[in-house]
Design a protein around this ligand. Structure first.
Ligand code: HSE
Length: 318
């Protein structure tokens, strides 16, 4: 029996995510398809969490569990489960760029807790896994915020009411919604792009911002694409962070001209996201945004996806 357990391997996937969704800094997010991380967990004889390999990161992420978001999240889960004596080995396959604004650290920590939870018999529900992943995110960005991890964990659109205690609302996803992501190949660390934000917000800007968050949520629930577009404005964060992204203004203008409902920075950037109502439009928008970066000779990737409403899941058990 013990032998069987020690041979068990659980592989889990957690998707890339778009946090903030324009107006909802630290509270709104949604998951996308294909991009994301895989974490495989297995039992080992040496107590504690060990990361045995990381691929797809160009050798840049730490293998030490206490310095790695996936390792930290796994440690936090095992501590809460009273299983700190258990030996757990993790392998991480990164299938998305680092420092891109697509929730790379969240994808690793969420895939890690989903895999480790299954390895020890699923003692925690999905909602209960959230705080463990937030621990990992805290290490990566210096502040605990749950918009990426909640979107990666639950899928679909989410609203983080509070992360501590965890209170996450899953929102409705309109069927026709498509997302274009353009990832200019520069890196922005969340830690740094949070440092440049002002700590105080003028009242009038706050009023506009919470009106937009409210109307975006209504738009999602009523499939009102026009209202979604009219709500995708960020008066507070985008004006500051966009200065770090070459061609931001031109890319956004190109996306809107090509028929996007709205466009803003994905998470802490440098990726931008644009929402539209068909795959055809989403691809056209990507092409037009790409011409802006071609002109400034900056390499980029474009990714088109519907909203991933499944979120993180175990993909194989052996
Ligand atoms: N809400 C976070 C931010 C997402 O914008 O800093 C990035 O992790």
């Amino acid at each position: 029996m013990e032998n069987l357990t020690s041979q068990k391997k659980i592989r889990a996937f957690a998707p890339a995510t778009v946090a903030n969704v324009g107006c909802g800094f630290d509270v709104l997010g949604f998951a996308i398809h294909e991009l994301g991380d895989y974490v495989t967990a297995s039992v080992s004889e040496t107590p504690g969490v060990r990361i045995t390999s990381i691929t797809g990161d160009g050798g840049r992420l730490p293998l030490e569990a206490e310095k790695n978001t996936a390792g930290l999240a796994a440690q936090s889960l095992l501590k809460e489960a009273g299983k700190t004596d258990l030996g757990v080995e993790l392998t991480i396959e990164k299938n998305m760029p680092l420092g891109s604004g697509l929730g790379s650290s969240a994808a690793s920590s969420v895939a890690s807790v989903v895999a480790v939870n299954r390895l020890i018999g699923d003692p925690f529900s999905k909602s209960e896994l959230l705080p463990f992943s937030v621990e990992g995110e805290l290490a990566a960005s210096g502040t605990a915020h749950a918009d990426n991890v909640a979107a990666a964990l639950f899928g679909g659109f989410i609203l983080v009411k509070t992360h501590n205690p965890p209170d996450v609302l899953s929102l409705q996803t309109p069927e026709k919604l498509h997302c274009t992501i353009i990832h200019p190949k520069i890196e922005i660390q969340t830690k740094n792009s949070r440092k440049i934000l002002r700590k105080e917000v003028p009242l009038q800007k706050a009023v506009t911002q919470w009106a937009n968050v409210g109307s975006l949520v209504v738009g999602l629930y009523t499939d009102d694409y026009d209202l979604i577009g009219r709500s995708l404005h960020d008066e507070i964060i985008e004006p500051v962070r966009s200065m770090l992204i070459p061609g931001f203004k031109e890319m956004k203008a190109a996306a809107l001209k090509a028929g996007a409902l709205g466009c803003s920075i994905s998470g802490s950037g440098p990726s931008l996201f644009a929402l539209s109502t068909s795959e055809f439009l989403a691809r056209e928008i990507g092409k037009k945004m790409g011409t802006v970066l071609d002109e400034v000779d900056l390499e980029f990737d474009v990714h088109v996806s519907k909203v991933n409403t499944v979120g993180a899941a175990v993909v194989s058990e052996s």
